[in-house]
Design a protein around this ligand. Structure first.
Ligand code: RAT
Ligand code: ZN
Length: 438
């Protein structure tokens, strides 16, 4: 601290002011390193993935071919590939993987985020991607024992638990739940309700086939049965929360099926069980259906429907990630106004270093530590490794800047405080939000 004494000319009284001394260059570097280290070493609870508990057998995707046919890479490969879409889809998975490898790693340098991810992952697993030897990489993956490989992948990523995306509408997944399974302690469940909320015309028949007394009309009996369906599946999965992705056309309130089901079935269920409702607005499904899973796009949303939900249901908990970059600022402002809103993740097309940097800086500046900066959205087990390595790097940089600026302003932070803050960001705050009384 520096003491400054000035004379007030009017009164002739001495004014004493203490001014915080800015950090020296070496102190700034040391503080930045402490922050980055805390981010590198924090165990993560990954709150949204598409991975499955190994008890689901083949639904848990892993290995080099799955890494290569990831839909993010399919979209990129088609920038170069000139075969017809349907010819590509008719090929066996291994052949598709070879075509993608050839286009994105052999004929071009893999500089995109998703391609770099494959390189980071291989390197972390102890393979040498520089050899460009797909056959050798395949042999290595083929020799792995899944059970050990699961723990190794999570450990290499520094991930403690992953949350799955679980759908009672999925014909492969549903029977496993119904048969019963021994849950892996590191895999948590979230109940995904897109088919129910976005395609009621089809969903009601599926519910009816499963024994729920529903009809196409959303009358009180049907609504009661939808609630029973949600209760049954929430319990069966021990789901931490409910989730839905939403198109930019989403409206609330509205007389449409989606809003009616949210108002009359989902929110009462969440109110009774204390489960948060996670909303993911901004996806335009199948803008190019020929690309299949890779064919979804992004659209700017009005956040007015979300604002109305937050205001009308102050005791319900809403976790939100938006797909459009242009929605991020308004979303941060909404989170300042509504404590029942928890922001999470840089989702899908925003999961790139430049946008993670921008979005995380904005959130930290506007919300402090009360958000979850990232989820992995991993669909293939080993993607956890790169998604978290890349995200930790950028988030560590952003936080280092914030803490150094805070140091310059005159604050100091202990290692225990840093650890507390970082744990909050990577799972702790979300857990606290979920546990909050509804
Ligand atoms: O990121 C993705 O893999 C997308 O295909 C979607 O699954 C998205 O994350 C979602 O949860 O809808
Ligand atoms: Zn997802």
């Amino acid at each position: 601290m520096r003491l400054i004494v000035r004379w007030d000319r009017g009164s002739g009284i001495a004014l004493r002011m203490t001014i915080a001394r800015p950090l020296h260059g070496s102190q700034r570097v040391a503080l930045g390193q402490r922050v980055r280290r805390a981010v590198q070493s924090v165990p993560i609870d990954d709150i949204h993935t598409h991975l499955y508990d190994p008890a689901f057998g083949e639904l848990l995707l892993w290995g080099i071919d799955e890494l290569l046919v990831y839909h993010y890479l399919v979209a990129e490969a088609f920038r170069y590939l000139d075969i017809p879409y349907d010819a590509f889809w008719k090929l066996p998975g291994s052949r598709r993987a070879e075509l993608i490898w050839d286009q994105l790693f052999v004929r071009h340098s893999p500089i995109s985020e998703s391609c770099r991810g494959v390189v980071t992952t291989l390197q972390a697993m102890g393979l040498d991607p520089r050899k460009r030897d797909l056959a050798a990489i395949r042999r290595w993956f083929a020799s792995q024992k899944l059970e050990r490989h699961v723990d190794r992948s999570l450990d290499l990523a520094g991930v403690n638990t992953v949350c799955m995306t679980n759908s009672p509408f999925d014909d492969l997944e549903r029977p496993v739940w119904i048969r019963g399974l021994r849950r892996h302690p590191r895999f948590k469940a979230a109940l995904r309700v897109d088919p129910l909320l976005l395609n009621w015309r089809v969903a009601w028949r599926q519910l009816a086939a499963a024994g729920y007394k529903v009809s196409a009309a959303l009358n009180s009996r049907t609504i009661g049965e939808v609630r029973r369906f949600l209760d049954d599946w929430g319990r069966r999965m021990d789901a931490g929360f409910l989730m839905v992705s939403l198109p930019p056309t989403f409206e609330f309130p509205s007389r449409g099926d989606t809003a009616t089901l949210i108002e009359k079935a989902v929110l009462p269920h969440c109110g009774d069980t204390g489960r948060p409702f996670a909303l993911m607005p901004g996806v335009k499904r199948a803008v190019n259906p020929a690309l299949q899973l890779a064919g979804d796009g992004v659209g700017l949303c009005s956040l007015a429907p979300l604002q109305r939900l937050l205001a009308a249901y102050p005791n319900h908990k809403f976790a939100v990630t938006a797909l459009a970059r242009e929605n991020q600022h308004e979303l941060c402002v909404l989170a300042r106004k509504f404590r029942n809103l928890h922001l999470f993740g840089c989702w899908w097309f925003t999961n790139t270093p430049s946008l993670i940097r921008e979005i995380t800086s904005m959130r930290a500046e506007l919300l402090g530590l009360s958000f979850t900066p990232q989820h992995s959205d991993a669909r293939v087990l080993e993607q956890l490794v790169y998604k978290w390595r890349h995200s930790r790097e950028v988030i560590g940089e952003v936080l280092a800047e914030r803490y150094v600026a805070l140091g310059q302003a005159g604050w100091s932070v202990s290692d225990a405080e840093l650890e507390r803050d970082v744990k909050g960001l990577f799972g702790g705050e979300f857990a606290r939000f979920c546990a909050r009384a509804a």
